[in-house]
Design a protein around this ligand. Structure first.
Ligand SMILES: NC(=O)c1ccc[n+]([C@@H]2O[C@H](COP(=O)([O-])OP(=O)(O)OC[C@H]3O[C@@H](n4cnc5c(N)ncnc54)[C@H](OP(=O)(O)O)[C@@H]3O)[C@@H](O)[C@H]2O)c1
Length: 231
């Protein structure tokens, strides 16, 4: 896939999956615009010296002003990949409203606001948007014990499909991936006895995301693509 001269926003680019996506996009020739919450995060970003990496200090992407700062002046925007998000587990009986709101902010509000900014930026020329849901967004029963997370990722999946219909005539193809448990250092620490071989690798999921974000994706829209590996 050829991403030369393509301007791409990657939220959550500093995370485990985000770094794999940024590396793959750079290898394919893209220019990557990556938001950081603060200057410290920007200074720790491993690819900060790369000439096709543009870091933008935005603050939380659950705020409209931060999202406006992120997309300002990127022209023409080809693709926007929304990986910012996070996980919370726990039985519903112990889950506070604050946790639910935090999950909605991290997973839904960040994706919603970035989709809106991207769709506006792409209205004239078309483009690609990729969100990240999660397996329980497709298989609700598997979300037992993590209901706030499941509800928030299910909302990301619904947002993806509805928006895909809304903007298809503008030449904007909107899709999402739904990972199972990714093979990341954090997950290995949290589940030390699991069989890591079954988990999808971040590079493998990045490859699916790159296709959905690429000009070679000419017809796929409104898909929430399971990326489960062998798990
Ligand atoms: N890891 C898995 O097994 C798994 C499974 C299914 C789905 N997913 C989803 O895949 C995505 C990436 O996962 P990951 O494992 O790479 O997670 P990660 O390493 O924790 O990275 C998530 C990134 O999102 C950023 N972020 C979170 N909330 C934000 C906000 N409000 N504003 C701006 N940035 C924000 C984080 O920044 P800070 O570090 O500053 O918070 C971090 O850079 C997430 O959406 C996650 O829910 C992951």
């Amino acid at each position: 896939m050829d991403f030369r001269d393509r301007q791409i926003v990657i939220t959550g680019g500093g995370g485990a999956l985000g770094r794999a996506v940024v590396e793959a996009l750079l290898a394919a020739g893209a220019t990557c615009h990556v938001p950081c919450r603060d200057l410290g995060e920007a200074q720790r970003f491993p690819l900060r010296e790369h000439q096709r990496v543009a870091l933008r200090v935005t603050g939380t992407l659950a705020e409209e002003a931060a999202v406006t700062r992120l997309y300002a002046g990127i022209a023409p925007l080809w693709a926007s990949i929304h990986l910012a998000g996070g996980f919370a587990a726990g039985p519903l009986r112990d889950t506070t409203a604050a946790t639910l709101r935090q999950q909605l902010d991290m997973n839904v509000v960040t994706a919603f606001l970035c989709c809106r900014a991207a769709a506006n930026a792409m209205a004239a020329r078309g483009g690609r948007i990729v969100n990240v849901a999660a397996r329980p967004a497709l298989e609700w029963r598997s979300g037992a014990g993590m209901t706030a997370y499941t509800a928030s990722k299910a909302a990301v999946a619904a947002l993806t499909v509805a928006l895909a219909e809304e903007v298809s005539r503008d030449g904007i193809l909107v899709n999402a991936v739904a990972p199972s448990i990714l093979d990341t250092p954090a997950n290995r620490r949290a589940m030390p006895t699991a069989d890591y071989n079954l988990w999808p690798k971040v590079e493998e999921v990045a490859a699916t995301i790159l296709f959905l974000a690429s000009p070679e994706n000419r017809v796929t829209r409104g898909a929430v693509v399971p990326v489960y590996g062998r798990s």
